[in-house]
Design a protein around this ligand. Sequence first.
Ligand code: MG
Ligand code: MG
Length: 258
Amino acid sequence: MIVTDDTQREALFAAGKRLRAVLDAVLARVAVGVLVKSLDALAHTLIIDGGDTPSFLGYQPLGMAKQYPATLCVSLNDAVVHGVPQEGVALQEGDVLSVDCGLVHKGVFVDAACTVIVGEGDDQARALLEANRKALRYALVFARAGATTGDIGNAVETVAQEYGFVAPPELGGHGVGNAQHEEPFLPNLGDPGGGETLQEGQVLAIEPIFFEGEDSQIVTADDGFTYRTMSGKRSSHFEHTVLVTEETPVLVTGPMWE
Ligand code: MG
Ligand code: MG
């Protein structure tokens, strides 16, 4: 989506605010013993009660055999993204939980994700999340007209290397606003100045994904949706929708994840 007028801009920011409220409510519910299905049900109720539409529910990406069956993606530990909330699965102490959600408000699609540790966790999990948050902050600096998709990818890659984590090359951010996924694809690695040039008014979902270890390969789980790390090591994921401007990028689903 390229925002060209105030009506679109207002709808975009209203959508972002609504999505953030849903995610904040879901994250506030996270605790040991909570069923992931109940998080999904909460997100669904909040979005519907707000008069909006969950954008993941029923979404069928190109090449997928079936529609996504939930409002949230709930990806635990070695699950990377697109984790389907399964019946009977409860959160456990130390789980690395990624929650991803999207909604449509007045025709505008927004998308955001956050990873948290259930309970105390361990130092390595905290380092993974800290690095991943830093990568998103750094990548967002390049959501400016005249910068490129390669600048964003390079920002993510640089932080991953600094901390000793890896980002899977197949997964990344995307344009958003008129649909769940639009051009351009935003790889989480790249060369400064490479790729496509960003334009003023462009709406992007920037989403660095980090793995522990050195293996960035992914595998698809039996449910046909969930991506897992091939190594079995843990993964994290932070995402914001952002509006590209000539000056400072504007977070649509802010504030920044803490
Ligand atoms: Mg997302
Ligand atoms: Mg996304």
